[in-house]
Write a protein that binds this ligand. Sequence first.
Ligand code: SF4
Ligand code: SF4
Ligand code: FES
Length: 306
Amino acid sequence: MSAPTKKRVVIRVRRFDPDTGRRWWQDYEVEVDRYQSLATVLQRIREEVDPTLAFQAGCRFGVCGACAVTVNGVPRLACQTIVWREAEENGGVITVEPLPYFPVVRDLVVDRRYVDEAFRKARAWLEPGGEPGEEGFRIRPSLQKRLWRLDKCIMCGVCFTVCPLLDAGLDYPGPAAIAKLVRFALDPRDRLGEERFREASDWLWRCLRCGLCAAHCPYSIDVPEAVAEARRRMVERGVGRSEDIRHVVAVAESVEELGRMDERRVYIRTAGVVRALREALALAGKAGIPAKPERVSKRVLEAIGA
Ligand code: SF4
Ligand code: SF4
Ligand code: FES
């Protein structure tokens, strides 16, 4: 018996009507073939079953970034999601929701203006006017490959929805914007060059390098690796806040010397003896522990203003 070429599946869509504020789940039962993408199926539903369903897609080819939605709890591109396979793995039902994090406009359409804003924040464009080297602005193939890897972003917004820093509401432009920032800092034609790292120092040290963005990105853009490269350069060239750099060096030294991180030693080397002592005394005071200043020399107490 030949394998079936058609399958009936349920597409369960999370809907939102901005006029009434109503949210609800709606099931659409459709027949699909082995290779139909979710973008195609949603468009078919809109054209043949329910013209009120709001959903965006442009290229259907993973290029425009418009079709990003949450499929069975995972943010991804609808045009890169094969309905047959997804249905087989999920008991014949596919849940489709708008991307989280962004405000929902209607049904599956979200307002992704935050992505543009993030790129603006990170100045994600070439600032022409870098200093030409002996070979002019020649970009070697190895560097070009690295720039291409960071350049593939289609601004779909998926990585923004999984980044824990954005979820926590911290000041952070988002993974895609950080990838672009590093991409232009590495470009010899850019007037700002690595100066960008100084401006973005807080963001670059804030990234947890958890890898969630890269794992969900349709082009696997490796933001953690880009951040690691930026940090390496910042440490080597002393760019950015000196305390951040002292902290990284202190952790590396502790692991090298002891095979583990000695938090006390790392803290003292990061903050400096004076600040560490001042904070220790202040904390001891808050905790109701007698600070025993007689154990600390008068000269040190004067220096730390205790
Ligand atoms: S980095 Fe990847 S996931 Fe993030 S916006 Fe660009 S293409 Fe989408
Ligand atoms: S690696 Fe950094 S940018 Fe990517 S999701 Fe984690 S914290 Fe966000
Ligand atoms: S429709 Fe363009 S990326 Fe999916």
